[in-house]
Design a protein around this ligand. Structure first.
Ligand SMILES: [Zn+2]
Length: 403
């Protein structure tokens, strides 16, 4: 792990830059997620409090564990590795490493002083990120901090569309069909009240039914469609994650002003909202898969195929429709969609068949039946403003200080 950090980030100034950039992204995505929970019309206050406790106590591991940069710590860590390791030849080296890792696993299981919630749980060198429900921790290692996921010098829209979404995805695992059974310290805990749980189940059902309709293969194959039930946790995490990341990106743009348009003939044609979604989609671009691999994935995987991770997510997100001016009813902007960890504003007063460019009042009001925008409240906005104020006061440490 240490060799990898020394190779990729040899300069301390770069290591600091990565740390502060990731901290900024994760903290803001967490604020985005909290504002989503704040604004939920169907979640009871006691369940919101439990959700805030989970966010407040979530361990955030990112870039690399700081202890590995200290030689004394490293020597201590590897002390139990057999000293003949270095001169033993490749096959024996593998055996020693295997023994060493097993011993570390047993040490973890046999700890006398409780759980180490800061354990990263996997190697720093995997191009991956993960949530550990029994520790309530998210981990975003250095190995994923490269194109197309992240570069500290990229525009806000591009970073938040990619690594910001990844952070939001992992965070939302704490609030998916499995995450709602684990508490703020990784303890087994059903923290949703029964009424809120019912609404959560309706939300999950919508996602399950949506993804059941995605069929990458024709009718001669079985299975040929995504299994919505099996993939629901990952799909909920994708949908919640992109909402949290988008809110975080918009908050930063609103607060600091937008980044300049990208240079270049093609790139300069895109708005930053479009770049956000392009950046998100491009982390899932892949070469076409052979049929047997697709079938294996449909049977075994709890992730949907990449194409549907993009499609399923954007079609639930009106901000995508606005960014690309998609007409309502098109594939990417269907009339009905699932709301994952957010409440829609009540827009029943709108007449979507009217032309907003010629008669906006007709468009906004002509189907008025009762209160308009009744589900919106200003609480989430106030939360944002107060958090941003605390950033200005210099005592900002994410949501930790605030709640
Ligand atoms: Zn996941």
């Amino acid at each position: 792990m240490r060799l990898f950090v020394d190779k990729v980030l040899p300069k301390e100034s770069d290591r600091k830059k990565y740390y502060s950039s990731l901290k900024n992204i994760i903290d803001n995505v967490i604020i985005g997620m909290q504002s989503m929970i704040d604004g939920l019309s169907w979640m009871k206050p006691e369940s919101k409090e439990a959700a805030y406790a989970k966010i407040r106590n979530m361990v955030r591991n990112y870039v690399y564990p700081e202890w590995i940069m200290n030689d004394t710590n490293l020597t201590e860590y590897y002390f139990v590795l057999d000293p003949s390791f270095m001169n033993s030849g490749y096959p024996k080296m593998l055996m020693y490493v295997d023994q060493f890792l097993r011993r570390k696993d047993y040490d973890f299981l046999l700890r006398k002083s409780g759980t180490d919630r800061y354990d990263w749980g996997s190697l720093l060198t995997s191009v991956d990120a993960w949530y550990q429900d029994k520790l309530n921790s998210i981990t975003i290692p250095l190995s994923i901090l490269q194109a197309p996921f992240f570069n500290p010098d990229w525009p806000t829209s591009v970073n938040f569309g990619a690594i910001g979404y990844v952070a939001g995805h992992e965070l939302t695992h704490g609030f998916d069909s499995s995450g709602i059974s684990w508490g703020p310290f990784g303890e087994s805990l059903e923290w949703l009240d029964p009424e809120t749980k019912q609404h959560f189940d309706e939300m999950a059902k919508c996602v399950i039914e949506e993804y059941n309709t995605f069929c990458p293969l024709n009718a001669s194959y079985s299975p040929r469609c995504v299994n919505g039930e099996q993939t629901q946790g990952e799909n909920i995490a994708d949908n919640g994650g992109i909402h949290a990341a988008y809110r975080a990106y918009r908050n930063i743009i609103d607060f600091y002003g937008p980044d300049p348009a990208l240079p270049g003939q093609l790139a300069s044609k895109f708005t930053h909202d479009q770049l956000f979604f392009l950046s998100f989609a491009q982390i899932w671009c892949e070469m076409p898969q052979p049929t047997d691999l697709i079938i294996k994935q449909l049977i075994n995987e709890d992730h949907s195929p990449s194409r549907y991770r993009v499609q399923g997510t954007i079609q639930n997100f009106p901000a995508f429709r606005s960014a690309f001016n998609c007409p309502i009813g098109s594939n990417s902007a269907p009339k009905d969609h699932c709301n994952v960890w957010i409440s829609d504003a009540n827009i029943t007063s709108m007449n979507l068949s009217a032309d907003p460019c010629n008669n906006f009042y007709e468009y906004a009001c002509s189907a008025l039946k009762g209160d308009i925008l009744s589900d919106m409240n200003d609480k989430s906005f106030k939360t944002m403003v107060r958090m941003m104020d605390s950033m200005l006061e210099g005592d900002y440490q994410g949501v930790r200080n605030f709640i």
